[in-house]
Design a protein around this ligand. Structure first.
Ligand code: PGA
Length: 253
């Protein structure tokens, strides 16, 4: 059975107090309201300085933490960078790679992302790997080609055995932070296509097992319809994960 997954990508938003109080309140509410989360994986992604405390607060719960980035080396003279080697020493087990904001603002291309994937795997980190097309690419009907090459030049360099470390997040760039969600049809069609690429490359069981999440302006109103699609296994949530009640509704969807 494929995992259902909800990820809160807090990006560069919350400070120490906001991060820790969100997590503590979230746990309290889930407990008090008896929100059933047995059959799903909930992952929170705070900024680097708060990973350790967040992980400590979540000890003994089923919730997980993901970092938002790593450097492609494990050690060295790279002022200001953080590596998989360091995350591992904190007990962090997951990382988001290939987010379109990293591709756009930090010029991360597929060859660099491939190196980051290799480094994450060296330290056995699970990878939430993001792919997505721009609005221009979609207007030219190039979305399938773009997603295929993003996967071919990165994730598809990995072996079948390494696939257990991956989640894929389809995040059309034009839907991120814009309030403009992909339609149910656009999202399901792309997810089915992505699954077929995994089928062609790795076969039936891996394509059946891999969790493919949607991201891009998910909110408490559209989450349920999206998550009901047969190839959509959950979501990577930005803006709506910053508001507790909205995020709780998304989790319950
Ligand atoms: P959004 O962000 O939900 O604010 O569109 C999603 C993301 O960037 O992962």
């Amino acid at each position: 059975m494929r995992k259902k997954v909800v990820i809160a990508n807090w990006k560069m938003n919350y400070d120490f107090h906001e991060t820790t109080s969100f997590i503590r309140n979230f746990l309290k509410i889930v407990f008090e309201r008896k929100i059933n989360h047995d059959n799903k994986e909930i992952i929170l992604s705070p900024s680097f300085p708060f990973l350790h405390i967040s992980n400590q607060i979540l000890q003994g719960t089923t919730l997980n933490i993901a970092a938002q980035n790593i450097h492609q080396s494990d050690k060295g003279s790279y002022t200001g960078e953080v590596s998989a080697f360091m995350l591992k020493s904190l007990g962090i087990r997951k990382v988001i790679l290939g987010h379109s904001e990293r591709r756009k603002f930090f010029f991360e291309k597929n060859d660099l992302l491939s190196k980051k994937i290799k480094m994450a795997l060296k330290y056995s980190l699970d990878i939430i790997f993001c792919v997505g097309e721009s609005s221009l690419e979609r207007s030219k009907n190039k979305q399938f080609e773009v997603i295929k090459s993003q996967l071919k030049e990165t994730v598809f360099h990995c072996s079948s055995d390494e696939m257990k470390y991956f989640y894929i997040a389809y995040e059309p760039i034009w839907a991120i932070g814009t309030g403009k969600t992909a339609t149910i049809e656009q999202a399901q069609t792309m997810h089915e296509f992505i699954r077929s690429l995994f089928f062609n490359k790795y076969g039936q069981s891996i394509s059946d097992e891999i969790s493919i999440l949607y991201g891009g302006s998910i909110n408490e109103l559209n989450a349920k319809d999206l998550f009901n699609q047969k190839d959509i296994d959950g979501g990577l949530i930005g803006r709506s994960s910053l508001e507790m009640e909205k995020f709780l509704k998304i989790v319950q969807s």
